[in-house]
Design a protein around this ligand. Sequence first.
Ligand code: NAI
Ligand code: MG
Length: 502
Amino acid sequence: MAKPALPDYNFQQATLDFLSKGPKQLFINNEWVAAQSGQTFETRNPATGEVLAEVSLAGEADVDAAVAAAAAAFPGWRDTIAAERGALLFKLADLIDQHADALAELETLDNGKPIRVARRGDLPYVTKHLRYQAGWADKIEGSTVPVTFPNQFVYTRREPLGVVGAIIPWNFPLLMAIWKLGPALAAGNTIILKPAEQTPLTALYLADLIVEAGFPPGVVNILTGPGLPTGAAMAAHHGIAKLAFTGSTAVGAKIMEAAATSNLKPVSLELGGKSPNVIFADADLNAAVRGAQWAVFSTAGQECVAGTRLFVERAVYDQVLDGLKQNVEKMVVDHGFAEKVHVGPLITDEQLSRVMSYIDEGKQGGAEIITGGERLGNGHANGNFLTPAVFSYEDDSLKMVQEEIFGPVAAVTAFDDWDELIERANATMYGLAAGVWTKDVARAHHYAHAIQAGTVWINGYGMIDPAAPFGGYKMSGFGREMGKEAINLYTQVKTVWVNTSD
Ligand code: NAI
Ligand code: MG
């Protein structure tokens, strides 16, 4: 393959070396191996449409090989002293810090997000999360159980499940990898990670750091490929003991079905959202408008928690809509390495067309476009750029209002009273997150109580922390990542009875 065409930017030597190394292979047993499938695919820069790398496509036989390696490594890893497992994860976090600039550059090349966001957002959060979970490795405890029988000593252990399969999306490629790797490995599982086919590069870069940190062969295996055949082969595999997935609700359902009809492997699903964000008239309106703006348009709306439905109390509706319009029109849409950029490209041209079709549906369905929703031309025509779109709407049944768009589109509407608000805010199939802006403490808590969502932000939006459990209600999925809950996701409970009578 010819050298990839890169934007004009002062790249790290490590980034250039990684990209010039040629076709990327599969990472199994701490080694780079050619795919038995003999197939490859291309990953592209969404800002230019240009090919960045050719990557191996793992087929069923490759999944078998990775499962065999992970299964062979499992007993040794499970029985490694817990503090030593933690120490390796801490070591990996240190290596990621040392390589943070190159990793951020690869993330921006592959995903499109502004380099400032990758460097100051994604990367620090990757290592924070990894260190937090590393700290759990030697704190996973069971309990003693006061049973009703005499002369029985009963205790529980939290044990790893075995080989974990992790299938992740393209919006936070390295961060999603670490969300799965951290707790799965801390708890003593081995893992097969499949990054999204749109963004495989940082996971492949990570593989070399895993070897350098000193993880035993087979503990971490990384398979690249699309949902079909790679992801589907993992979901259906009898040698995989647990499947952790982040992505669309439609694929989450398929994974659950494959899990059910293979070996009944437990699954955890972190799926889509259509999160309501509510502004009451008594809120600090400047803060609320800025919060609402970033709740949707950071990552060009390609975020599961995006606050895409904005409910505004009617008394301040015009003021909020106008403030939002003014703020949004100041946002710079450009490629991720541009000097001043707030909003990068969408991930693929298919995704761009999907988003455009929602915008068209909104317009035809009577929603009023306040600003944006247009493709960029002029030097940007080969990239998937869209200006941030704000709609004012009344009809909750529009697809644009009900379905996850995963693009820079905000749907803003007015509400008159509490009951109407809660009914409308809860009226989607999703329940991932929600926000509320008000100075009335009691009302804020009532909202947090009434809303069907796994996370609620009061006078803020979008904060996520390694210690704070995260996951969905309803069709946004189940299972909680982060915090100690994440360790529970990757362990199972064993109860041991000891007869102590003579
Ligand atoms: P997707 O759900 O198809 O892809 C996510 C991951 O699942 C990727 O690694 C993909 O290769 C894998 N996958 C796809 N089909 C599979 C199958 N049959 N079996 C096993 N694995 C499979 O999401 P996609 O197509 O990238 O985006 C479509 C929509 O999904 C977005 O517009 C957005 O609405 C939603 N989405 C939500 C995300 C979230 O964070 N909640 C992340 C990505 C997408
Ligand atoms: Mg890419």
